[in-house]
Ligand binder design. Structure first.
Ligand code: HEM
Length: 540
């Protein structure tokens, strides 16, 4: 009894502790936790010896703000310039700027890394991993086999006429109207985006999105960037995987605004296209017609020969969204970058134009084959545009698996996130002398040297590398080259006089001061504007 009254007294005493004292204790405990973690991260942490800005070592918040601000690629470049070839960019994250690190991390299928936890949340809105975000290596291998059918030589051959017809529509839209010699000025960031989306609609779902045709069809081409921006920073939040179910919720809509609305729109747009494809295959089958063999056709009929597994409905949705975002916007970025660099480098523009006009005697002749392959200068223009403006310009994160990995002679422990940012390595003068010049010649052995071309190629990573590299690369080059060759064959091209859209300038923030550099806002993909270009029918 005596003992009981003692306990009761203690409980009563606890209950009478004023709230503000309890709150102070709690705040104190949280502060002690964060201070201890911070001290650990800068002193005893296995990455403590690596250089980098102090705040990066404490938390991922600097990365989150860089993603929101659209300058992450610029921070990577400036950090590597200041701190050297390896920089600690987060408590647990290293960024590298060497071709050896690039090839070690991504190059081999056997490298002891997997996609980092960041990918776990990216596709939360679709309810499943896409092929691009699947973290598990075995599951990814199955998904990659499914998707490989979409990019086979046969699939590419049957895609070409659809690409060509969209390119013709695009060129007709760019052409001068009303008997004028020169067209009105066209914002090529927008025009290339509409082309990219129309092609991907046709190739993935069997119908163009008709962005080239009418303004009312273009919302998706704008929504995607703000949606991407949201998908970019959200997964860096502490415990993002726990928050994932809230990603497209009303609460996040209230906090994140338009970006969240656009992500919801993107997922529902993907679902609509998928449903359209399922319905049209059903109708085709019912009427005894061969279904159109677009990308979703291959995925809808995919099944793993070993296990019989098929993609689930949520995985099909995630891949539909992937096709729209990874397939349409990336090529559009590269093509718009080429316009920027061509109109800012008239001698290069003249050389590229002369090459295509010498190789073909009509626009209809421009098809894949020997003549197009012989246009090595156009290849150089494409490589150089992808070098200067990689459509995924920042750190592509990989997590080191148990057993660790050796990068540039140093053992990196399991759990560390490592990666190489394309924009930074693409401007590393060790691999690209005079990195701020636009020089297609650096990609052509006869205008450069074989060794320098080989070195440039080893550090080149717009599509990433290896088994998690871009499976759409051959399709991307096909679209890109057909569009560029056709437009230069059909038109003389010039920057609209007195316009500067897309340029940098000395009054802009650090890293954006070069007038002749096309400005990118990094939002996982690239938000972009310009250049403003005019077109005149070529005299052949
Ligand atoms: C210039 C155009 C393109 C560029 C620069 C590009 C770049 C990339 C990059 C860097 C990755 C790796 C991303 C990562 O690891 O997080 C990737 C993956 C991927 N890309 Fe592309 N891409 C382009 C065009 C395309 C096209 C046209 C498609 C067709 C739909 C496509 C489909 C994919 C897919 C499915 C993956 C995931 C591959 C996997 O993880 O197995 N890409 N791309």
């Amino acid at each position: 009894m005596e003992a009981y009254s003692h306990v009761k007294g203690a409980v009563l005493a606890t209950c009478t502790v004023p709230h503000h004292i309890l709150i102070s204790y709690l705040v104190g405990l949280v502060a002690v936790y964060f201070v201890s973690v911070s001290i650990y991260r800068v002193t005893l942490h296995p990455l403590a010896k690596y250089p980098g800005p102090f705040l990066y070592k404490l938390s991922n918040w600097p990365i989150i703000f860089q993603c929101i601000g659209g300058k992450r690629h610029i921070y990577h470049l400036l950090d590597h310039e200041k701190y050297g070839s390896v920089v600690r960019i987060g408590p647990n994250t290293l960024s590298y700027n060497t071709e050896t690190a690039l090839n070690t991390i991504y190059g081999s299928n056997k490298t002891n890394v997997r996609k980092s936890e960041w990918y776990r949340t990216v596709d939360a809105g679709s309810g499943a991993f896409s092929t691009a975000t699947e973290i598990d290596k075995k599951k990814h291998a199955v998904r990659r086999r499914f998707i490989a059918h979409c990019f086979s030589a046969n699939a590419l051959n049957s895609a070409e006429p659809f690409i060509a017809s969209n390119v013709t529509k695009w060129c007709n839209g760019l052409a001068p109207k009303d008997g004028n010699e020169w067209s009105e000025q066209r914002d090529m960031a927008a025009w290339c985006t509409w082309l990219g989306f129309d092609i991907m609609g046709d190739l993935a779902f069997g119908k163009s999105f008709n962005c080239l045709e009418a303004e009312e069809n273009r919302y998706i081409s704008r929504a995607i960037m703000s949606a991407n921006k949201y998908m970019y920073w959200f997964p860096f939040l502490p415990c993002a995987w726990l928050l994932a179910p809230l990603m497209n919720s009303k609460l996040m809509e209230w906090i994140g605004g338009q970006s969240v609305k656009d992500n919801i729109y993107l997922v529902s747009f993907g679902a609509e296209q998928l449903q359209y494809k399922i319905d049209s295959e059903r109708a085709e089958k019912a009427s005894g017609k061969e279904p159109r063999k677009d990308m979703m056709h291959y995925l809808l009929s995919a099944s793993d020969p070993k296990t019989g597994i098929k993609p689930s409905p949520a995985e099909l949705l995630a891949d539909s969204v992937l096709f729209i975002s990874a397939g349409a916007d990336t090529v559009a970025t590269a093509l718009a970058a080429s316009f920027f660099y061509l109109v800012h480098n008239p001698a290069t523009l003249a050389k590229a134009t002369a090459e295509v006009r010498g190789a073909f005697s009509s626009a209809e002749e421009i098809k894949s084959g020997k003549a197009l392959d012989s246009c090595l200068y156009i290849d150089g223009v494409m490589e150089e545009s992808l070098r200067r403006a990689p459509p995924k310009p920042s750190h592509v994160p990989r997590e080191v698996l148990p057993g660790g990995i050796t990068i540039d002679g140093e053992h990196i422990p399991a759990g560390t996130v490592v990666g190489v940012p394309a924009y930074a390595i693409h401007h590393n003068p060790e691999y690209y002398p005079d990195p701020w010049s636009f020089s297609p010649e650096r990609w052509i052995a006869s205008s450069s040297t074989e060794d320098s071309v080989a070195l440039a190629k080893r550090a080149f990573c717009p599509f990433s590398l290896g088994i998690r590299g871009c499976i759409g690369k051959p399709l991307a080059y096909l679209e890109y080259k057909l569009a560029l060759a056709t437009v230069l064959w059909r038109f003389d091209v010039r920057q609209a006089e007195g316009t500067h859209l897309g340029e940098g300038g000395p009054d802009l923030e650090r890293g954006r001061e070069r007038k002749d550099e096309w400005q990118m806002i990094d939002a996982m993909g690239v938000m972009r504007e310009g250049p403003l270009v005019e077109f005149r029918a070529a005299q052949h």
